[in-house]
Design a protein around this ligand. Structure first.
Ligand code: IPM
Ligand code: MG
Length: 351
């Protein structure tokens, strides 16, 4: 099993190192190839996604990704920005299905900004379409407007085929859970969303055992904090999914806990924490490595066919939390406050 490891920028290096260490303790035969990506790659070669990195990602059975970006790179032209590496990998590898689970560990129900009873035992899965929508739709740009001054524009678009395949991923996932899908759009305003809704409704006919509902994205944003447990699987487009998944992460107490998988049609995937590079705490050894360790567990399950090993990792994370280990982002009084390396070690010891 060959894994491409792309740590990236900011806390990316620290958290990925812990995930790789945990993977190394499982007694599996893993071949690891590390490559630079994002700002780190730009610094080395002037390109946030060098050909060699893309080649390593293509060769691998799965990709473990840290995070990219930082204030140093904010002034660069769009094509050179670290975020382009991630968007480029998603597009080049056809990673259209982004799975973002948000689970509240019983031990951490207090860490949420919401009342514990609102979030206790929450378990939702956001299925976000990842290679279409306004992120990639053409035309986009900044141009001179007739009225003088400039105009910025992006294009939201989805083909029927793109909507259908992400709907299928959501329905299949729901079958393994509590069999409910909520499709989120803005069909009261957007043509793209109207087509989205029609296609998802059609596709639902092939999944009669799954209950489908539709919700407008503004309402969904509100319902997620009002009564999050009403949701099981949420399926939505690239942009709405980006926003709603950050919101959902805070239900769990910290964005530092949420893993993600981005899969192609064959199940090959890129695995990354949903949080970013956190430049403010980079290099201090305080970042929470759990989202990345849990992403490695998703990788074992979805791309490497190692579900028993995945379970061992997830169980070890649970035990470390149960035993009171907390990084700063989830720390509450009376717990053991630890840094990145100690948290990784606490998980490794409990495998
Ligand atoms: C995410 C991130 C990315 C996105 C950025 C870094 C391009 O916010 O993975 O959610 O918008 O998709
Ligand atoms: Mg995001």
């Amino acid at each position: 099993m060959r894994i491409a490891v792309l740590p990236g920028d900011g806390i990316g290096k620290e958290i990925v190192a812990q995930a790789v260490m945990v993977l190394g303790r499982l007694g599996l035969r893993l071949e690891i190839e590390e490559a630079a990506v994002g700002g780190a790659a730009y610094d080395q070669s002037g390109d946030p996604l060098p050909e060699a990195t893309l080649a390593a990602a293509r060769r691998a059975d799965a990709i473990l990704f840290g995070a990219v970006g930082g204030p140093r790179y904010d002034g660069l032209p769009r094509a050179k920005r670290p975020e382009q590496a991630l968007l480029g990998l998603r597009k080049a590898l056809g990673l259209f299905a982004n799975l973002r689970p948000a689970q509240v560990y019983a031990e951490l129900a207090d860490a949420s900004a919401l009342r514990p009873e609102v979030v206790a035992e929450l378990d939702i899965l956001i299925v976000r379409e990842l290679t279409g929508d306004i992120y990639f739709g053409q035309p986009k740009g900044i141009r001179q407007h007739e009225s003088g001054g400039r105009e910025g524009f992006d294009t939201m678009r989805y083909t029927e085929a793109e909507v259908r395949r992400i709907a299928q991923v959501a329905f299949e996932a729901a079958r393994k859970r509590s069999k409910r899908v909520c499709s989120v759009d803005k069909a009261n305003v957007l043509e793209t969303s109207q087509l989205w809704r029609e296609v998802v409704t059609e596709e639902a006919k092939n999944y009669k055992d799954v209950e489908l509902c539709h919700m407008y994205v503004d309402n969904c944003a509100m319902q997620l904090v009002r009564e999050p447990k009403q949701f099981d699987v949420i399926v939505t487009g690239n942009m709405f999914g980006d926003i709603l998944s950050d919101e959902a992460s805070m239900l769990t107490g910290s964005i530092g806990l949420l893993p993600s998988a981005s899969l192609d049609a064959q199940g090959k995937g890129l695995y990354e924490p949903i949080h970013g590079s956190a430049p403010d705490i980079a290099g201090k050894g305080v970042a929470n490595p759990l989202a990345t360790i849990l992403s490695a567990a998703m990788m074992l399950r979805y791309s490497l066919g190692q579900s028993a090993a995945a379970q061992r990792v997830e169980e070890a994370v649970r035990k470390a939390l149960r035993d009171g280990y907390r990084t700063a982002d989830i720390y509450t009084d009376g717990m053991k406050k630890v840094g990145t390396g100690e948290m990784g070690a606490a998980v490794a010891q409990r495998l």
